[in-house]
Design a binder for this molecule. Structure first.
Ligand SMILES: [Zn+2]
Length: 395
């Protein structure tokens, strides 16, 4: 169904050798692409050509060429963002990269700014601490079972408010068709507890090493790790970035998301059969979930949370046939989780290195400390510094 367009009038093209993997060619605009030129016009790292003819990095039989066209996406505040569009692919596949790169350029998603040597803290209970030390892995819990169960619902609420305020052009003039570029929030809320095809699995960190509200909310121990130790443990497609608490930033996130998605939809509807793309758009809600899971209400901002989120396809199995999702108990509930050590098959992660353990305000904090010290001495992990919170215990 694809109509190859634009290549009749070629004057303005450049031939380049492509990167093997999408890479950032420009520190100003952040867009990643196989094309080694920034797609923003007038950028010193860019090109004047509107079309790119790409040679693969390694020449193979037939010496194929890939074709890219510079695309202009309408942005918030009347601005535009740009990308290289592979001219024989649906644009919906590019929405995620364009949204995230544009949020990085605006410093709203700042996963690229985290200092690898910065120390982060993970508040948890004793059971989870023992699991973490013995498996040297991070446990990421299903977001439907987090302490604050309204979390993702909060993000969806922000999203639906923003959507209601936006006037988005629509490809079809017919008003009785459900708009596939717009999510069905009621349906998503219904599926939230169990039946999504992708489940966000989350582990929370913070920059606060000794914080009473987090002791109360999450448990009696606080584990210190370096950022690089967490990042190396996670899969490449996991996110590791500060939670977005600021309402203006949350607004910008969803405005970009809906505008870019709407642009992609209208573009795809022009180039392909409506029936094919309608289903693709209705089925593809993963990015919305991803963005919603990075937001919390501003009243939580003192937690300064850095969130690791991995988006887990439901029903996946390990090589030995066991399901990847495991279950543990917390406060007499059953919590589904994945362990980063089980995801090893899919990437090159390393073990997580714990550097410190702090014991929270607790009636038997000395006894808890001495048990932990015995254990780490016996297991050869006595490089871990153990101490007790400065906050006095109050019953
Ligand atoms: Zn640039």
């Amino acid at each position: 169904m694809w109509k190859r367009s634009g290549f009749g009038s070629v004057g303005n093209r450049e031939e380049v050798t492509l990167h093997k993997e999408p890479r950032q060619s420009c520190k100003i605009h952040k867009q990643r692409s196989e094309v080694p030129r920034c797609p923003f016009p007038g950028c010193p790292n860019g090109t004047e050509a509107g079309f790119i003819v790409g040679r693969p990095p390694i020449t193979t039989d037939g010496d194929p060429r890939w074709y890219f066209e510079r695309l202009r996406w309408p942005e918030v505040n009347g601005r535009y963002t740009y990308s290289w569009w592979t001219t024989d692919s649906l644009l919906i596949g590019q929405v995620e990269d364009v949204v995230l790169d544009s949020l990085r350029a605006d410093h709203i998603v700042n996963d690229h700014l985290i200092d690898p040597n910065e120390r982060f803290y993970h508040y948890t209970n004793v059971d989870a601490l023992l699991g973490l030390l013995s498996s040297k892995s991070i446990w990421l819990s299903d977001y439907g079972f987090l302490n604050d169960s309204t979390e993702v619902a909060y993000g969806y609420n922000v999203a639906s408010t923003i959507l209601a305020d936006l006037e988005l052009p629509y490809w079809s003039s017919s008003t009785d068709i459900k708009r596939p570029d717009q999510p069905n929030f009621a349906e998503m809320a219904r599926r939230e507890q169990s039946s999504l095809s992708v489940r966000p699995m989350i582990a929370s960190f913070t920059t606060e090493p000794d914080d009473l509200s987090q002791w109360r909310a999450y448990g009696n121990v606080c584990v210190g790790v370096r950022a690089h130790s967490v990042v190396n443990t996670l899969l490449n497609d996991a996110m590791f970035c500060p939670v977005i608490y600021d309402e203006q930033s949350q607004r910008t996130v969803f405005e970009k998301f809906f505008k870019f998605r709407n642009f992609a939809f209208n573009h795809d509807a022009d180039h392909y059969s409506y029936r094919d793309i309608e289903k693709r758009y209705l089925d593809d809600q993963a990015l919305l979930l991803r963005l919603a899971s990075m937001m919390k209400h501003s009243s939580f901002s003192p937690e300064s949370e850095i969130r690791a989120a991995y988006f887990h396809p439901t029903g996946s199995y390990l090589d030995n046939g066991e399901p990847i999702v495991r279950y543990r108990s917390r406060n007499d509930l059953v919590i589904p989780y994945v362990s980063s050590s089980d995801l090893k098959n899919f990437s090159h992660q390393k073990e997580v290195i714990v550097e410190s353990i702090k014991i929270g305000p607790h009636p038997q904090s000395r006894l808890l400390k001495s048990g932990i010290e015995r254990m780490i001495a016996d297991t050869g992990a006595d490089y871990i510094a153990v101490d007790v919170s400065e906050i006095p215990y109050r019953p």
